[in-house]
Design a protein around this ligand. Structure first.
Ligand SMILES: [Zn+2]
Length: 219
C-alpha cells in the first residue's frame, strides 16, 4: 500500500503547530488528515510527547480504523476523526484540542456568538457548542456532527474543541483562530456584556474574507 508521504508531513506539521501555538499540553489533543483517493487517514499516535514526534511516528489507518502503517497505537480519538471523515467528504483535516480560552466557553456549554469581525471572517457566525458527550463509542462524533454549522469549529461541552478544514493546515488555522477569538471574547465578557454583530454584517465580512482577502495571482 502506498503511504501518503506528503499528507504525513502535513499532519506532522499540524501536530507540531498546535503544540508550538500552546493549544495543547503534554499528550492532550491531536491532528489528523485524510487522503481521500487512497482512503487513508494519518493521525498522531496515542500518548506521545509532541516535541519528540517525528513524521515516521504517525499512524496510518484506513477509513474503518484498520492500521496499515506505523508502529504505535493511534490516538484514542481516532474513532471520532473517522466518524467525521466518513460523513463529511469536504473535510480533509481535523484537530482536537483543549485550548484554554476556547475550553472555558465549552466548560460552560456556551457557544461563542459573532461578537467580533474576526469571528465573522473566519467562522461565518456563531461558533457552536455541542452538548457533553462521552468519549466511548460514537457519542462524541455524533455530537460534533450534529452541532456543525458554517463555522469550521465546534466546542464540546465540558471538554474542548474540534476544528476542521479541507486540509490539515486549514484545520490548524481554524484551531489557532478559535483560541485567539475565544481569548478576546473571554476578556471582553469580563468587562461587560457585548452584543453580537448583526447577521447582515457577519455575512458581509465573511463573504469579503472568502473572496477578496489575501493575495491572488494576477495572470
Ligand atoms: Zn479531548
Amino acid at each position: 500500500m502506498m503511504i501518503p508521504e506528503r499528507l504525513r508531513r502535513e499532519v506532522w506539521e499540524a501536530n507540531l503547530g498546535i503544540y508550538r501555538a500552546g493549544l495543547v499540553t503534554m499528550h492532550s489533543g491531536n491532528a489528523s488528515g485524510i487522503d481521500r483517493r487512497r482512503g487513508l487517514v494519518v493521525i498522531k499516535p496515542s500518548g506521545m510527547d509532541y516535541d519528540k514526534l517525528r513524521p515516521s511516528d504517525l499512524v496510518v489507518t484506513d477509513l474503518e480504523g484498520r492500521q496499515v502503517a506505523g508502529k504505535w497505537r493511534p490516538s484514542v480519538d481516532l474513532r471520532h476523526h473517522l466518524y467525521l471523515y466518513q460523513r463529511c467528504p469536504e473535510i480533509g483535516g481535523i484537530i482536537h484540542t483543549h485550548s484554554n480560552y476556547a475550553t472555558s466557553f465549552a466548560m460552560l456549554g456556551r457557544p461563542i456568538p459573532a461578537y467580533l469581525t474576526a469571528i465573522a471572517d473566519e467562522f461565518g457566525g456563531e461558533i457552536p457548542c455541542a452538548p457533553y458527550a462521552d468519549n466511548a463509542g460514537d457519542h462524541l462524533g455524533e455530537a460534533v456532527l450534529k452541532a456543525m454549522g458554517r463555522a469550521p469549529a465546534v466546542l464540546l461541552a465540558h471538554h474542548g474543541a474540534f476544528t476542521f478544514g479541507p486540509t490539515p493546515r486549514a484545520a490548524f488555522k481554524a484551531a489557532v483562530m478559535l483560541e485567539d477569538v475565544a481569548k478576546t471574547c473571554h476578556l471582553g465578557l469580563l468587562l461587560g456584556q457585548p452584543q453580537p454583530l448583526p447577521p447582515e454584517e457577519v455575512r458581509k465580512w465573511y463573504e469579503r474574507y472568502h473572496t477578496a482577502y489575501g493575495q491572488r495571482r494576477r495572470d
